[in-house]
Design a protein around this ligand. Sequence first.
Ligand code: CP
Ligand code: NVA
Length: 331
Amino acid sequence: MALNLRGRSLRTLLDFSPREIRYLLDLARDLKRAKYAGNEIPKLTGKNICLLFQKDSTRTRCAFEVAALDQGARVTYLGPSGSQMGKKESVEDTAKVLGRMYDGIEFRGYKQEDVEILIEHAGVPVFNGLTDKYHPTQILADFMTIIEERGELKGKKLVFFGDAKNNMGNSLMIGAAKMGMHFVAAAPKKYWPEDALVKECQAIAKETGAKIEFTEDAKLAAKDADVLYTDVWVSMGEPAEVWESRVKELKPYQINSELLKLAKSNALFMHCLPAFHDLNTEVGKDIFDKFGLKEMEVTDEVFRSKNSVVFEEAENRVHSIKAVMVAMIGN
Ligand code: CP
Ligand code: NVA
């Protein structure tokens, strides 16, 4: 059957079949090769894309901009204080306005519900560039990277350490379920993804042959892993007060060389970034002053090790986001 994603929105990867996800990953690979070879064919000529951010970003914003410009589109960036949305105008009204001006809207914000309101009322495709619940474009870049490095996704053991109930833990679990991977969340029980989502992913896993597991034992989880993945312990939008408990509860899940040794010898270290692996950030320094911790979710040694593919993931944000836009709003 022909595969056509034109006009679709990217709300969460839950909405996409394994075949559709594979299609986006293959397209991302082809677009990356074309860019490297200098023979990219613009498929977004004449399109206008709105980049609507309620939270800060380096990778997602730049990836959308570069991908759009490479493909011949024009972009408008509206930052956290750059529009009326939410303050003087509802998300619904904003969607109706932007939908009359743009061919596609990227949205990064707090509530997943807001992406859904935009999708319902904009009348043009909306791309989820991160909410508190999901971060689907990051998963496409991560899976593209795993395929580049290890050839395939099916059967690969990916272990997520740390705050597994956040947007990254949720989205990796969904992606792994869809693509027949072995997903393990290693964290204290209170940081596991919520039951309803776990059940949904387990039902998908039954169809695809994926395995979804949870454990509080970091060492057991790391054993024979193909990918060790982590994310910040406190996500954007969470109050500063939670740092104290997160540091205490998640420190045993820090990815360090001891944990890396338990994984396969060629295991990949992955992180969506930004990462706290040294004292060269304001937050990193502040946490050191308060709790004496020099590195947080990953040690500097692992972050800089030969196993680390974090900057490959970052680059692949461009190619995979380009695939999403070309497939969904391309000419
Ligand atoms: N990984 C990611 O989404 O990074 P930014 O917050 O810089 O966009
Ligand atoms: N969980 C992180 C991901 C950043 C890309 C956050 O939401 O801040």
